[in-house]
Design a protein around this ligand. Structure first.
Ligand code: SF4
Length: 374
């Protein structure tokens, strides 16, 4: 097992918060999810198109991409367009910026065995930019204080600081399927201070499997999250909440529970999935048994059903308009906008209670009540 798998940049967010999780995760076999495989295909396409646009030698991988579709085509085009814009921007202050595609970045001076691959680097006098393409649609990724980006920035700095006169690094996440671009600038001094004071000491501990387990948001990316004792204790702290002796919870108590509700629900779901997978391997749990789930009737031969119904004089087919997502996939984003933007409305979503830190604007209940009365 390579050290890379243990202290990778992409998992730094987790192992910086919970150092012993590094070795624990390295013991679990890597099974890439469908989303990860999709991301790998999208990255290959981006790499090819960017190299091609920059006049570098590259082989078109499209024929071998399992998940290639119109959306991937457009997202990779958008990525290339974005990088070229950034390059043009760098050319305003530096006449020969260097653009590197899929560059190996070594930050092992601070993290044992630490290296990763930067999707794109633009190196110019004054500033170095690290661009990371994210194809995911789940979590919106921010560049600010992002340890993965900071590790890449370090690797890039260690390579080029002596050659170019760099005093800051711009870290950019390009996440086209969420229409999201996030950039943050960190000075060379702040980056090195973080590497020396935070990254290096924790990486040393993590590499030895030492340090304290700590549960939190970062558990989402942990391979042992379902059966982790620390995560269970953290979530069960809720059950030990020191409630007041009153019949109903007050707003302070409800707020305290709400704060942990999503993490609690996610933990329970993970635990249930884990227990089922173990039960299917023969594990017994006191008071539980495996049964067949609820089943619904289905056709065993759809073509035969259609033929039989048609012969009986009926139309067995329902013709349905594609939903917005499917239609976008069919037409591609640009064509969709061109043909259908006048037909799209976005009704206000159902009110949802979220954390105060959420970026969405707060609903003004008082004024909407007032409007209702008018
Ligand atoms: S689930 Fe959370 S607490 Fe447990 S090892 Fe993983 S990151 Fe650490």
């Amino acid at each position: 097992m390579s050290s890379h798998a243990i202290l990778s940049a992409s998992s730094a967010y987790r192992w910086l918060a919970c150092p012993p999780s590094a070795l624990k995760n390295a013991e679990v076999e890597d099974k890439p999810s469908e989303f990860a495989l999709q991301g790998t295909d999208a990255h290959s396409l981006c790499e090819y198109k960017l190299k091609h646009a920059l006049g570098m030698e590259a082989t078109d991988p499209t024929g071998n991409l399992e998940y290639y579709d119109q959306e991937m085509e457009e997202c990779s085009d958008a990525y290339v367009g974005f990088v070229l814009e950034q390059k043009a921007e760098a050319e305003k202050t530096c006449k020969d910026p260097l653009v590197l595609v899929e560059q190996k970045l070594d930050f092992s001076r601070f993290v044992p065995g630490g290296f990763g691959t930067g999707d794109c680097l633009i190196i110019a006098d004054g500033q170095l930019q690290v661009i990371d393409f994210k194809y995911g649609t789940g979590v919106q990724v921010e560049a600010e204080n992002n340890p993965q980006m900071m590790c890449y920035a370090l690797g890039a700095m260690l390579l080029y600081d002596g050659i170019y006169d760099i005093d800051s690094v711009k870290m950019t996440i390009f996440q086209p399927r969420k229409d999201h671009v996030s950039s943050a600038i960190i000075s060379k001094d702040d980056l090195y201070s973080w590497a020396v004071d935070v990254l290096h000491p924790i990486a040393e501990i993590a590499a030895k499997g030492e340090g304290d387990f700590k549960a939190g948001d970062h558990c989402r990316f942990c391979k042992i999250k379902a059966a982790c004792r620390k995560r269970a204790e953290y979530n069960l702290e809720l059950a030990k909440y020191d409630f007041k002796p009153a019949d109903e919870l007050d707003e302070v108590e409800i707020a305290a529970i709400l704060e942990r509700a999503d993490g609690f629900a996610a933990w329970l779901a993970d635990l249930k999935d884990y227990a089922l997978s173990q039960a299917l391997k023969g594990q017994k749990y006191e008071g539980f048994k495996l049964v067949a789930g609820r089943s619904v009737r289905k056709y065993k031969d759809e073509a035969a059903v259609a033929q039989t119904v048609e012969q009986a004089g009926f139309d067995p087919w329902a013709k349905k308009l594609l939903g917005v997502t499917e239609m976008t996939k069919l037409l591609g984003k640009d064509r969709f906008k061109e043909l259908l933007s006048d037909f799209i409305i976005k009704p206000e979503g159902k009110p949802t209670l979220v954390a105060a830190s959420d970026k969405r604007k707060e609903l003004n209940i008082a004024s909407s009540d007032f409007e209702g009365e008018e």
